[in-house]
Design a protein around this ligand. Sequence first.
Ligand SMILES: Nc1ncnc2c1ncn2[C@@H]1O[C@H](COP(=O)(O)OP(=O)(O)O)[C@@H](O)[C@H]1O
Ligand SMILES: [Mg+2]
Length: 223
Amino acid sequence: MIRFDQVGKRYPGSNQALQNVSFEINQGELVYVTGHSGAGKSTLLKLIAALERPTSGTVLINNQNISKLRNAAVPYLRRKFGLVFQDHKLLYDRNCFDNVALPLHINGITGSEAGKRIRAALDKVGLLGKEKAMPITLSGGEQQRLAIARAVVSRPAILIADEPTGNLDDSYANEIMNLFFAFQQVGVTVIIATHARELGPQAKILRLHEGLLSATEMNGAPA
Ligand SMILES: Nc1ncnc2c1ncn2[C@@H]1O[C@H](COP(=O)(O)OP(=O)(O)O)[C@@H](O)[C@H]1O
Ligand SMILES: [Mg+2]
């Protein structure tokens, strides 16, 4: 369902961020994207979510070539994705309920249907009691869980997270990873960029080194 074929990405006025990257991700897989800082992890995730376009090669999402996608078609594609990115900040002047409501309102879902979905998403991440709380009063782990609730409230088929445990203590980090595993258990494709080598259920590992895919493995064993 996600296929990279000889994908390259060069940002204007910058070195090649990705080069000749080819892989496939199937529906329902758990995938880690690993590698050193600057290896191209965030770029790879942005290409999957059509936040960036490749400069060479093809990116296919459900057989749609995103390099050829008209700009007007991008928002429709993006509805398939739930994104937990470092630069997608919470709204600190809105309470938890309103933060999670935002993606639904953008898609025209309001009222009691929205309320039902927002509470379901908050419940999944263990924040149902915090509907009226302001994000600033939450711990780091809780804020990250709120960002995840916002990412999943539109019931995306694909959940993409860029170093979601980067700034968290180990106990919070495990809690967050377990949440992602739970979404994969119910059929969501989960793609996580991470510095560390994570333990957990069986996963595909895409290992990047200086913009090249240096290995594709299943839980440490060759795929
Ligand atoms: N918007 C951008 N403009 C120019 N260069 C960028 C941009 N984003 C990333 N890069 C460069 O592309 C390379 C890969 O970056 P990135 O994908 O952020 O790696 P990682 O997430 O693994 O740290 C780096 O050399 C980085 O400096
Ligand atoms: Mg990054």
